[in-house]
Write a protein that binds this ligand. Structure first.
Ligand SMILES: Cc1cc2nc3c(=O)[nH]c(=O)nc-3n(C[C@H](O)[C@H](O)[C@H](O)COP(=O)(O)OP(=O)(O)OC[C@H]3O[C@@H](n4cnc5c(N)ncnc54)[C@H](O)[C@@H]3O)c2cc1C
Length: 249
């Protein structure tokens, strides 16, 4: 609300994506670990379905993709559209086919958002009100907690009479983390990150470093996957694809 009132909305650097989601009573949930895991199925490079099981037996199901794709899903109602999507998933079709949705699926169009400034006289913007990238990795909760905590700590320092450089200590810091996460989101949708994820044999060192980034350690510049985020994914995917082409000849 505040960004809109203060006219601070800015276009996001992330491509225009949309999402549609609902909850179901997950009556065919598999026994054991699989039934407890958050997972997703990739229908196309830019289109994926999330499955998030809740402890009460319900499960969140959603689809994410380019806005043009989401708006063109066949079906008259959002229920029919999401059912169509479930039907496209070889992995989840049997588990969710014909299952009743607990509410008409919600659609959020072009969910990525940004602002021209994160703070000003008497206010700071935190969490979703400042920036939302994409649901593909858990950047939403990461930035909401980090920005909420940091702005509260800075505010307390200011209240004690200390000088706080909000641009440097808040805006620059938050933007640094957002930029790193934004690279990983963008490279997911270009397919480069998927090339790394699904490359076999996997490289445990690379896996650990990428997991660290996606777990929210986006300010750890000792990790080359943070420090060189703008090049490393692209370059590694390029090399893997070159190797594949060479061995196919
Ligand atoms: C379906 C879905 C799945 C998601 N999955 C993930 C995930 O797996 N991992 C992840 O990291 N992120 C996920 N996200 C994103 C994540 O939920 C958000 O990024 C995060 O909750 C943002 O936190 P926030 O505190 O900024 O905002 P919110 O959690 O939205 O909190 C804002 C609060 O303010 C209240 N509010 C709004 N207006 C007013 C008002 N005028 N007066 C008083 N109160 C008001 C709202 O009711 C709400 O309680 C998901 C989002 C959705 C919609």
């Amino acid at each position: 609300m505040l960004p809109r009132l203060l006219n601070l909305d800015a276009p996001s650097s992330i491509p225009e994506n949309s999402s549609m989601f609902t909850h179901v009573k997950d009556t065919r949930r598999p026994e054991g670990v699989e039934g407890t895991q958050i997972s997703f199925d990739i229908l196309e490079t830019k289109v994926w379905v999330w499955i998030i099981p809740f402890s009460n037996g319900n499960t969140s199901i959603g689809v994410v993709g380019p806005t043009t794709y989401i708006n063109a899903i066949p079906g008259e109602t959002n229920t029919q559209k999401l059912q169509y999507i479930i039907n496209q998933s070889d992995y989840y079709r049997n588990r969710f086919e014909g299952i009743d949705f607990l509410f008409e699926p919600h659609k959020i169009e072009n969910y990525s958002c940004s602002v021209t400034r994160l703070c000003g006289p008497g206010y700071t913007l935190t969490g979703n009100s400042s920036e939302f990238l994409d649901p593909v990795f858990s950047s939403g909760v990461c930035f909401a907690t980090e920005s909420g905590m940091l702005s509260a700590k800075l505010f307390l320092r200011e209240l004690r009479g200390e000088k706080v450089d909000w641009d440097k200590e808040y805006t620059e810091y938050m933007r640094r983390g957002v930029n790193v996460f934004a690279t990983y989101v963008k490279e997911w949708y270009t397919g480069n990150l998927q090339t790394l994820f699904f490359h076999r044999p996997e490289n445990p060192d690379v896996k650990e470093k990428i997991c660290s980034v996606l777990a929210g350690y986006v300010w750890n510049e000792e990790n080359p996957f943070v420090k060189k985020h703008d090049k490393v994914i692209k370059n590694m995917a390029y090399m893997i694809n070159m190797e594949k082409e060479k061995s196919a000849v």
